[in-house]
Design a protein around this ligand. Structure first.
Ligand SMILES: Nc1ncnc2c1ncn2[C@@H]1O[C@H](COP(=O)(O)OP(=O)(O)OP(=O)(O)O)[C@@H](O)[C@H]1O
Length: 313
């Protein structure tokens, strides 16, 4: 399978502070890669390097076998579309005009939109469920509608690589699933930063886990999303099961990082754990502060009695 992206030894040190350190990965054409990691891990910075918003201090990025710096702005825009979480400045546009901007890399300076162009815009609006708002000002749309409009614009751009920075940020759960499934169905290579690990697990072919600007793991959701790694990187305890429909990792998080509350599980002492009498889900000890792989103890049996660890009300 041909490679869409080949990233080698990418480092970025703005003001001498390391944000990305020696990051490398390959992404085959047509695959969807989920970029995951805690706040400040470097996800947006990596994406910005990929869409040439920032220039890394060292390293190489090849896009379909070509150095990204060798492409003209127009050639790059034909290959790569970007959807960002922040609302763009085109506030005076209506929705149709905003989505039609995606045609720009494919048109000459004085070309008028053709009937095919208009049909593409309408089809993209229908794909994201916004055809009924086609004439509304972009600025008046809700956060989630704006996000879907920007995805429609990217669809119209017909890129080979689609880069999305937290595309599900403003979306309700239905649209989170629907938009990622839509993006996946476009048949293009996708790289998207996603905070929801279960959504990333369910819908991405591969995951790239960053922490402190470094690549921690890259591979299938099964290989990346392990309990120890989630504890070590995100500082939470969890149990990784299997999604009943998809057979992919499904993460169950455990609660209680400040102080134990009735009905929310109990903080267990080391002594309780050592006694072996505890049948429950997971334990964080001490309870204050983030967990680590060492302080998470995942028990496979689940005791569902009210008040027990992992038990319900
Ligand atoms: N232009 C910059 N100059 C200096 N430091 C920066 C710059 N841009 C980002 N950083 C720092 O780089 C680190 C990573 O930021 P980045 O936005 O890439 O992380 P992220 O993983 O996308 O985070 P989040 O999940 O919170 O959006 C942060 O500590 C941030 O402050």
């Amino acid at each position: 399978m041909s490679l869409a992206l080949k990233v080698q030894q990418l480092s970025w040190l703005p003001g001498g502070h390391s944000v990305l350190a020696d990051v490398g990965f390959e992404l085959p054409s047509g695959k969807m890669l989920g970029l995951i990691g805690p706040n400040g891990a470097g996800k947006s910075s990596l994406l910005r390097c990929l869409y040439r918003y920032i220039r890394p201090d060292s390293g190489q990025i090849q896009l379909f076998g070509q150095d990204i710096n060798s492409l003209s702005a127009k050639a790059f825009a034909k290959e790569v579309a970007v959807v960002l979480q922040d609302t763009p400045a085109q506030l005076a546009l209506d929705l149709t005009q905003l989505v039609a901007m995606g045609l720009t890399p494919h048109k000459g300076l004085f070309d008028m939109p053709s009937a095919t162009d208009k049909a593409q815009v309408q089809a993209a609006l229908a794909q994201v469920g916004l055809q009924h708002k086609a004439a509304e000002p972009f600025a008046q749309l809700s956060g989630g509608e704006k996000q879907r409009a920007l995805i429609a614009r990217a669809i119209v751009q017909r890129p080979k690589l689609l880069i999305l920075d937290e595309p599900t940020n403003h979306l309700d759960i239905r649209y989170q699933i629907q938009i990622l499934e839509l993006v996946r169905s476009l048949g293009v290579t996708v790289i998207a930063s996603i905070h929801d690990l279960n959504l990333a697990s369910a819908l991405c072919d591969e995951l790239l886990l960053l922490d402190n600007g470094r690549r921690i793991a890259h591979g299938s959701p099964q290989s990346v999303l392990t309990e120890d790694r989630i504890a070590g990187v995100f500082g939470v305890c969890c149990q990784v099961g299997t999604h009943p429909q998809l057979g992919r990792p499904l993460i169950h998080y455990f609660y209680g990082y400040q102080s134990p509350e009735p009905g929310h599980g109990k903080a267990l002492s080391s002594a309780a754990l050592a006694s072996g009498k505890v049948h429950g889900a997971a334990i964080v000890e001490p309870m204050a502060g983030p967990a680590s792989a060492e302080t998470c103890v995942a028990h496979k049996e689940t005791d569902r009695r009210p008040g027990s660890v992992g038990g319900g009300a």
